[in-house]
Ligand binder design. Structure first.
Ligand SMILES: *Cc1c(COP(=O)(O)O)cnc(C)c1O
Length: 478
């Protein structure tokens, strides 16, 4: 029989080959294109070669695999990637994922991985503290991403409002529940209402104001209308850092409105939550301390590999109420019975030691190291703004985060040109940017997501964009 372990010498050879290829790429990735646009047909054909009929674990096949990943991936690790909150993973967090894969601790039950479980617990409590939750009002769980965190938030709101929800589910509801969010909020909320059996109509989308924040006048108006119509408002979701333009809803006022209407106040701070790392910029999250729950992705601004988010709540009982079950086959708790078994505290059952990829970078850099990175990235955003404005571009969004949505007066008569310019840049692999409409006007969107992006890359992007304006205005083109 072939050994699943391979021999020690073989293991070392494969690891060495993998690591040396990956480290080269990690160091010199900027020399290659950020990516391009690929044809589905080409990719299907490439992958169809894998039939798994014969073992193929050779040096060459491993090299080939890494080459194809290089060739067919948008490299969010490249410092010319100005994209969608997808980071370059810092080195300690990569190390953490390697360590986790080797040990493969099972974090469903505390007693199987007590050290790992307590490291996660400590991180959860420290983050609650940083967001301003009182000591007796701190709880949470690691999740796979913001979508799972937002889903968890809605589940908590349902259990909070309907004590019988666990037993009778939606059949116990006499009134239609309503959840409010802004037009700029994340569509994972829509998926969550649809998959929970609430239906999309329970999600009341409130238009946004001139600065892409939830229009609170309209929210208040809608709440009164819905109550008068016999519906039951149960939850308001404020967004701290919208995915499109980086707007932060007025969390302080939202907290007051939620209190007045007995709504669960959730803050989706998937991206913007990282501002809590900065003593200087934390104030933009003011009001978040009054929330019932928070979504904060770690795999965005914390610059770690995919698959880790935090759901935090100031209700220390709600997760247990929502997820507690008891089984005969799961291991018993430890001796104090106060340990938290993650499987009765969250949606997941078997779970990976996600927290290690937050813990290890924090051990290496500390909160202060993170604060510096956040400041660096915000500063690059400011440089980008100045540089764009100097080149005649107009910034159309309002954000405290390093996200810019912009257009040029010369493009206003030819809105389709915006997408053409972006597609051309992306397909040539010189940078990765996207488009996002602000007040119906197509804009180019660029976000500083990579901690290695510096003044040089910022200027290169602005120069690149300007070449298109010159092409457009050159006499040969008219
Ligand atoms: C990215 C994002 C999400 C979804 O998070 P995933 O980690 O991609 O599941 C939710 N809300 C906001 C505001 C986001 O930016």
């Amino acid at each position: 029989m072939t050994s699943f372990d391979l021999g020690r010498t073989e293991q070392e050879a494969f690891l060495q080959q993998t690591l040396s290829t990956l480290l080269d790429w990690y160091e010199k990735g900027d020399e290659a294109p950020v990516g391009t646009l690929w044809s589905h047909q080409q990719l299907q054909a490439t992958v169809a070669d894998f039939t798994y009929k014969k073992p193929a674990a050779t040096k060459a096949s491993l090299q080939n695999l890494m080459q194809q990943l290089k060739d067919f991936t948008i490299h969010t690790t490249n410092s010319n990637y100005f994209g969608l909150f997808n980071p370059r993973a810092n080195f300690p967090s990569i190390l953490a994922d390697i360590i986790t894969a080797f040990f493969n601790p099972q974090l469903a039950a505390w007693s199987h991985a007590p050290y790992a479980a307590e490291i996660e617990r400590n991180l959860i409590l420290q983050c609650c503290q940083r967001f301003g939750y009182a000591e007796e009002a701190q709880d949470g769980t690691f999740t796979s991403g913001g979508a799972e965190s937002n889903l968890t938030a809605i589940i908590c709101a349902l259990h909070h409002h309907y004590p019988n929800y666990g037993e009778e589910g939606l059949f116990a509801l006499k009134q239609m529940p309503v959840i409010y969010c802004s037009a700029e909020s994340h569509h994972s909320l829509l998926k969550a209402t649809r998959s929970l059996g609430l239906g999309a109509k329970t999600l009341q989308v409130i238009p946004s104001d001139m600065e892409e924040r939830m229009d609170l006048k309209q929210l208040k108006h809608q709440l009164i209308l819905d109550e008068a119509a016999g519906k039951q408002p149960i939850m308001v979701v404020g967004t701290a850092g919208t995915t499109g333009s980086g707007a932060i809803d007025d969390l302080d006022t939202l907290a007051v409105i939620c209190k007045a209407h007995s709504c669960w106040f959730h803050v989706d701070a998937a991206y913007g939550g990282a501002l809590m790392l900065s003593t200087k910029h934390r104030r933009h999250l003011s009001g978040i301390e009054k929330s019932n729950s928070i979504t904060m992705d770690i795999h965005k601004w914390f610059s770690v590999p995919m698959g880790i988010s935090l759901f935090l709540t100031s209700d220390p009982n709600i997760l247990h109420r929502a997820f507690d079950v008891s089984t005969a086959y799961m291991p018993e708790k430890g001796e104090s019975k106060k340990e938290i078994d993650p499987y009765v505290h969250s949606l997941q059952w078997s779970r990976r030691f996600m927290g290690l990829k937050m813990h290890l970078p924090l051990l290496f850099f500390g909160w202060e190291g993170y604060e510096e990175v956040i400041h660096h990235q915000i500063h690059q955003g400011q440089l980008l703004r100045e540089s764009l404005e100097a080149a005649g571009w107009e910034i159309k969004n309002y954000s405290h985060l390093p996200i810019l949505c912009f257009s040029h007066p010369s493009l206003e008569q030819t809105p389709a040109r915006v997408q053409e310019i972006v597609d051309d840049i992306v397909s040539k692999g010189k940078a990765w940017i996207s488009t996002y409409p602000i007040k119906g006007q197509p804009c180019i969107r660029a976000c500083i997501t990579n901690y290695n992006t510096g003044p040089e890359e910022v200027q290169k992007l602005v120069d690149l964009l300007s070449t298109y304006l010159r092409q457009d205005s050159s006499p040969d083109n008219s």
